[in-house]
Design a protein around this ligand. Structure first.
Ligand SMILES: [Fe+2]
Length: 356
């Protein structure tokens, strides 16, 4: 799925260097308008309209983003959509709305895209998920705004989307010589710091999870000998590999670290033990309910952790960046038992590139 983000002036360069940060991060290039402070707003069609806030004379920009590296569990419906369905005059997501959205999961943000053409991504959008950028003078938008103004008295989200959806397509079609379309990989090469791997900052405020406390309790609980091939040494290795992968995959580092500590803690056998993933997911739920550290995870993150633990030994791959990173980190430590993981069992391109 392709999503878009409208920007202006040279601000697109900031995004290419650091990713698109949530509004509350106060980063250069952040739009200061209304919206949830932990969200980046992405759209299927309306980006050209948002890019038009560029001062006259500045270039407008639309960044094309693939969802391949996005954690889809962090997608939320847009506020306009929530207002439209609830007929409430709210300007921010309330906890109740977040809960409602996450209960219905996939479907609410997808509905939001189809109704208002926009979703909120509750975290940072990594530059590696960019596919192209279109840079253009504001004049290119004029015919589309003219059409838009003819419907403004009778505005519907769908019609606005239709007009700017066409505009988005046109911008990336390469038909207008005034529009400079550049492939993200070639632009990213210009930013050597990214190629060297600038550490990603946390998506939001640090969660304050006490990992030492979690590890201590996990070790006390582990039923196999401490030097087991699925024991604490392996957990540490999974954490190390996972955090390294997260630099490029954009995975949620808290979930990766928790997965490392918990995914094998419920093993009762070093050999066949098909239920250990399910038991680990249940243990995580129990600790969260008890208020032991995991209650600091919001529902989206907890869901990712739960899924990652539950299904990690089923031989699956995942398109979700965080879950895929967890599973890849586990599989990339198969070297300890003399197995080189095949790239077809790896989820992320970073891990696949590593084994090729
Ligand atoms: Fe493992």
């Amino acid at each position: 799925m392709k999503l878009y983000h409208g920007t202006n002036g040279d601000k697109w360069k900031e995004f290419y260097q650091h990713g698109i940060r949530p509004r509350g991060a106060g980063a250069p290039g952040n739009f200061n308008g209304a919206g949830h402070p932990n969200a980046v707003y992405l759209t299927s069609s309306m980006a050209p309209a948002y890019s038009s806030i560029a001062p006259p004379g500045d270039l407008c920009g639309v960044i094309e983003i693939s969802d391949r590296l996005l954690n889809l569990s962090l997608m939320r419906p847009d506020t306009d959509y929530l207002n439209a369905i609830a007929d409430l005059a709210v300007t921010q997501f309330t906890p109740a709305q977040n809960h409602q959205a996450s209960e219905k999961r996939t479907h609410e943000w997808q509905s939001s895209l189809s109704v208002v053409g926009q979703v909120a991504y509750m975290g940072r959008v990594p530059p590696k998920s960019f596919t192209r950028v279109a840079l253009f003078p504001r004049t290119v938008l004029a015919p589309y705004f003219e059409r838009f103004l003819t419907i403004i008295d009778d505005i519907t989200f769908m019609r606005a989307q239709e007009i700017f959806g066409e505009c988005t397509e046109y911008l990336f079609s390469g038909e207008n010589p005034d529009v400079d379309v550049q492939d993200a990989p070639s632009v990213l090469q210009g930013f050597k710091t990214i190629r060297a791997g600038v550490p990603l900052e946390p998506l939001a405020a640090p969660l304050g999870i006490d990992y030492a406390k979690i590890l201590k309790r996990a070790c006390e609980r582990f039923a196999l000998p401490c030097d087991s091939i699925h024991g604490p040494k392996h957990w540490a290795k999974v954490e190390e590999i996972g955090l390294r992968l997260a630099h490029s995959t954009g995975a949620d580092v808290d979930v990766v670290r928790l997965f490392a500590a918990l995914h094998d803690v419920e093993r009762r056998e070093d050999g066949e033990d098909p239920e250990h993933g399910q038991r680990a997911a249940q243990l995580a739920t129990r600790w969260r309910t008890e208020g032991f550290e995991l209650h600091k995870l919001d529902e989206s993150r907890f869901l990712s952790l739960y899924m990652a633990c539950q299904c990690h030994a089923m031989g699956l791959t995942s398109e979700d960046a965080t879950i895929g990173t967890c599973w890849d980190a586990d599989r990339l430590d198969l070297g300890r038992v003399g197995i080189t993981p095949s790239s077809e069992f790896l989820s992320t391109r970073s891990a696949q590139d590593g084994v090729r």
